[in-house]
Design a protein around this ligand. Structure first.
Ligand code: PAN
Ligand code: ZN
Length: 186
């Protein structure tokens, strides 16, 4: 007998991913060397503090042309010397590969920095949808008091390249201000 209807191996509850193939990556303070402007404060911080986790579902091998990966990033609320918690940020190893992000919970910002050209910032909130074009580095920042959950879908052959943007910077940093987030251009 042909079994025509099968249960998918992963469930997206609306907030998180569940199922055997889901992988979870934990990024702690010690993994974010060079990310925050105050490197002295970073050295004195608790290296085991978790800043964000990434749940991902990669149904095909990395590098598969035409395949898609799906992930949810959960960024804790907090700051280091006033600079909000954020992701490391990267550009895709195959730089022409784009990506979708969408806001699920919390308040944040998405910083986008094209290889050639000036950076810009998009507001992230539940329901916000963000198209990240190719050749554009991207970083999420949690500017709220609660956790920031953001969904993502990207090509399986995109890859992640962290070194260049870490060296060059995004040109924008976001700090806790007296009247909300303060964006500083560098
Ligand atoms: C996302 C990011 C995730 C974590 O899945 O990888 O938000 O950010 P970093 O990789 O910069 O630490 C994505 O953009 N994938 O392509
Ligand atoms: Zn990406």
């Amino acid at each position: 007998m042909i079994q025509a209807i099968i249960k998918p191996e992963v469930e997206f509850t609306g907030k998180e991913l569940r199922g055997a193939p889901v992988q979870t990556l934990v990024r702690k303070m010690k993994n974010l060397e060079g990310v925050f402007v105050d490197q002295n404060a970073w050295k004195l911080s608790n290296p085991e503090q978790v800043l964000y986790t990434v749940e991902s579902y990669c149904p095909v091998a990395g590098g598969t042309e035409g395949g898609l990966f799906f992930g949810i990033t959960h960024i804790n609320s907090g700051d280091l010397s006033g600079e909000f918690f954020m992701t490391k940020g990267h550009i895709h190893e195959k730089p022409n590969r784009g990506e979708y992000y969408w806001g699920i919970r919390g308040d944040g910002l998405l910083v986008l920095k094209p290889m050639e050209g000036d950076p810009w910032v998009e507001k992230v909130f539940p329901g916000s949808l963000h198209y990240i074009p190719g050749y554009t580095a991207h970083r999420l920042i949690n500017t709220g008091k609660e956790i920031l959950d953001v969904g993502a879908c990207w090509p399986a052959d995109a890859g992640h390249e962290y070194g260049q943007i870490l060296k060059d910077g995004f040109g924008i940093r976001v700090f806790q201000g007296s009247e909300g987030p303060r964006v500083r251009f560098e």
